[in-house]
Design a binder for this molecule. Structure first.
Ligand SMILES: C[S@@+](CC[C@H](N)C(=O)[O-])C[C@H]1O[C@@H](n2cnc3c(N)ncnc32)[C@H](O)[C@@H]1O
Length: 344
């Protein structure tokens, strides 16, 4: 059976909630480590806007050019220092993006309600078909994963904090996971991870912004593409073409899943003067770059690339350092867009 969370009053199926702890009494703020769906006041929004506009003097062009042309070297430097200690595994992956393990909805937390026998029958039928297809076409050609029936690509996979949980959670025998990053150091860390199984996964070095470069994946064959905190690392001028390039790899009806930094996230407000490259785009001390999106900007790019919106939401969370009595306002954007059925 499929497990779905339902709104207790209307009975409607809700999207899986990222979190459910709401701050109703401001005096309670230091009672927990994090609060969900935090409302921003107008003053808070205005003060964030002011802070950002005060730090909006772009660096000289030659410096900008270096950060762009050597971007992968700066990320290699990052992974040489942090190896796989920095980005932690994400437990929210499968509640927010059930497409990553469609047959595993039983993994949802116990408070979710059980329902929908028809859907569940369809699901197990799909699964069975996938298994049959995988069993029939067992001869992989030159292309890794060519015999698979459900293909996921993660772009900007880093050291595999999304890839390995997918491989562990999604036991569909027809599953194949491709993953790439333009940091050869990161890809090497993925390949040498004891959980890396070449029969189910293929990691390769690829620059997302190099739209002329080939992927080792035929066009129109992917079910899902995942972008987690990676589009924000690209120069804003290269984002649209990169998304449109990726769209070619998806099957009609395939989905693009994205989670990334939102405008006025704490990380944006903390940038010191002299780190701004262009509006809402900054360079960190280690040379890696980051952009802070609005929902509309992402919507515009996806629709331009031929996608239809399934979800585009902003996730505002208040994180609390109880020891230091500090509050940190995080803003993330989460998108799910489906590739149109008609060719572009
Ligand atoms: C903030 S990290 C996120 C890593 C990973 N997605 C995660 O969530 O753990 C951004 C990643 O994007 C990669 N990246 C940045 N620009 C890229 C590009 N043009 N092509 C491919 N990967 C890129 C970086 O090397 C880095 O691994």
């Amino acid at each position: 059976p499929i497990i779905r969370e339902r709104n207790s009053t209307t009975g409607d199926v809700k999207r899986p909630q990222f979190g459910t702890r709401f701050l109703t009494d401001p005096r309670q703020v230091f009672q927990h480590n994090a609060w969900d769906n935090v409302e921003w006041t107008e003053e808070q929004e205005a003060s964030a806007k002011k802070k950002v506009s005060e730090n909006n003097q772009p660096l000289p062009a030659e410096k900008q050019e270096e950060y762009d042309s050597r971007a992968n070297e700066f990320w290699n430097g990052f992974y040489t220092i942090h190896e796989n200690r920095f980005f932690k595994d994400r437990h929210w992956l499968f509640t927010e993006f059930p497409e990553l393990a469609p047959q595993c909805s039983l993994n949802h937390e116990s408070h979710l309600e059980v329902s929908g026998t028809d859907d569940s029958r369809q699901d197990s039928l799909d699964q069975e078909q996938r298994r049959e297809v995988a069993a029939l076409s067992h001869t992989d050609g030159d292309i890794p994963g060519s015999s698979a029936s459900y293909r996921i690509l993660e772009v900007g996979c880093g050291v595999g904090n999304t890839v390995f949980p997918i491989l562990k959670t999604n036991n569909d025998p027809g599953l194949f996971v491709y993953c790439c990053d333009f940091s050869s150091t990161a890809v090497e860390l993925v390949k040498t991870n004891p959980e890396y199984d070449p029969g189910r996964c293929f990691a390769f070095v690829h620059d997302l912004s190099d739209v002329g470069a080939n992927y080792p994946i035929p066009d129109g064959t992917l079910d899902v593409i995942v972008l987690i905190f990676v589009l924000s690392a690209l120069h804003p001028n290269k984002m649209q073409a990169s998304i449109s390039r990726l769209a070619r790899l998806l099957k009609p009806g395939g989905v693009m899943l994205l989670r990334d930094y939102g405008r006025y996230d704490m990380a944006q407000l903390r940038f010191k003067k002299g780190r701004c490259l262009s509006e809402n785009f900054y360079v960190r001390g280690d040379g890696t770059r980051v952009y802070f999106f609005t929902q509309d900007e992402l919507h515009g790019m996806f629709t331009e690339a031929g996608f239809e919106k399934v979800q585009n939401l902003v996730d505002r969370r208040l994180q609390v350092n109880r020891g230091k009595q500090l509050t940190m306002y995080r803003v993330w954007i989460q998108c799910k867009y489906r590739k149109g059925e008609k060719p572009q």
